[in-house]
Design a protein around this ligand. Sequence first.
Ligand SMILES: *[C@@H]1O[C@H](CO)[C@@H](O)[C@H](O)[C@H]1NC(C)=O
Ligand SMILES: *[C@@H]1O[C@H](CO)[C@@H](O)[C@H](O)[C@H]1NC(C)=O
Ligand SMILES: *[C@@H]1O[C@H](CO)[C@@H](O)[C@H](O)[C@H]1NC(C)=O
Ligand SMILES: *[C@@H]1O[C@H](CO)[C@@H](O)[C@H](O)[C@H]1NC(C)=O
Ligand SMILES: *[C@@H]1O[C@H](CO)[C@@H](O)[C@H](O)[C@H]1NC(C)=O
Length: 419
Amino acid sequence: MFFTFALISLVSSAVAQDLGVPLSWRELNNSRPLAERITIAQGAINEMTAQLDASTGEFNGLGYWQSGNVFSVLANQDHLAGTTTNQALVQNNLKLVFGLWPHYDQFGVSHYLRCVRYNDDAMWWAQAALYGYRAHGDAQLLANALDVWTHVTGYVITPADAAAGNQPNKDFAIESTCNGTRRQLPSLGRAPDRGLNPVATMAGGVFWRPTTDDTSVNSITTGLYITLSAFLAEYTGNATYTNAAILSANWIKSHNINADDLVLDTVDAADCTTSPATWLFTYNTGKYIEGLSVLAAVTGDSQWSTLMINILNAGVKTTVWQGTNGVITEGASPTSDNDGVGFKAVFIRGLHEAFTRSPNNSALQILIHSYGDVQYNALLELAANGSTYSSSWLGPPQAFTSWGQLAALDVLTSNIDTN
Ligand SMILES: *[C@@H]1O[C@H](CO)[C@@H](O)[C@H](O)[C@H]1NC(C)=O
Ligand SMILES: *[C@@H]1O[C@H](CO)[C@@H](O)[C@H](O)[C@H]1NC(C)=O
Ligand SMILES: *[C@@H]1O[C@H](CO)[C@@H](O)[C@H](O)[C@H]1NC(C)=O
Ligand SMILES: *[C@@H]1O[C@H](CO)[C@@H](O)[C@H](O)[C@H]1NC(C)=O
Ligand SMILES: *[C@@H]1O[C@H](CO)[C@@H](O)[C@H](O)[C@H]1NC(C)=O
């Protein structure tokens, strides 16, 4: 069905955005039937779950946030395949880890051997709990996600905080506005330089870490918060969550999108300095796409779907993280795990959410379908060794690694739908 649509779209999809599928992409269709796609994805999951440490709820060879993402795929696999194969693993382990770490807020040991906590870590697990709730309807998982939302809400910059220049959980003065704004030191004897752009309020930004002196507000933490808020709005109908999602969606929109429609990384709330323009990672764009997709559905406000489509179109076509053949090259790390290996899975999951939330936009669906098949075919043809996959999607195949497997799982599961 999609193959036919794809041919039509190549000639007819230049309305506001050109959502046409690049002809340079490698193999943009796959003819495997649904049952086989389900089997391939579950087979890969089974290789991953063999690495579960039953005492911690984490997987050998993965970081804490990455382990949370494995449970997201397990839940989504059941949701898309209509199975209950992974239900017990999802429910038991998401409850175990919540019991080990209140608010899923792990005190992890950083590279600098300091005990650190991350708001995004807590929300990766809360996100898995929400997918678990969606797949299997376990109210305890919804309650866990709500608990994390309430906890992280303490690290959101409210409109009142921005106006006051203070945030109750931080021990430094925050900038009220950034983007084009850089407060000059009084000793320079100049009025604050408001720069060239209109100033934008810092309200809605979410601090990356709970530590009182950590000044970073970043897109992944804010994007996760948007997504959690939008899902909670959908499940509860409570406008508090809708308003939280809108406030934070506006923060990314006015502070952290580059001229090519890709989502940037970090803004320093103490002085408005930003991460380098070259810090462009799939997961920042992917998580924002997911959050906007759900927010558009919850609010019915087309500004969010329009923004989502622009960013998605940019994300699947940029050469920052893929070649002209369309295969993602970010996070190819055959010999060791690192955070970046896990990013592309988050991007693919965001595209899947956009796909399911856009039933009436066939050009967008064809684009996502084609992009998903490019990754799927690369994994199966270039990077597979049995049911295990290299994190280098262009290959070569290699022996099993936990991080290569993690990176592949979302492609295989998403393709149950998007193929
Ligand atoms: C793509 O579609 C063509 C035409 O139906 C088919 O011959 C080919 O096998 C498909 N590619 C894959 C990888 O399934
Ligand atoms: C809506 O959610 C907020 C935040 O969790 C909560 O404080 C409030 O009581 C909820 N309202 C209703 C009507 O449940
Ligand atoms: C800063 O604001 C301008 C004007 O609203 C906007 O076009 C630009 O995208 C913003 N910059 C970032 C990095 O979001
Ligand atoms: C898609 O279009 C149908 C028919 O016009 C409409 O009933 C439905 O609400 C639309 N769905 C979305 C998500 O916009
Ligand atoms: C495939 O995996 C097996 C088992 O992990 C390993 O022994 C073998 O070397 C791998 N094959 C390739 C081509 O790396």
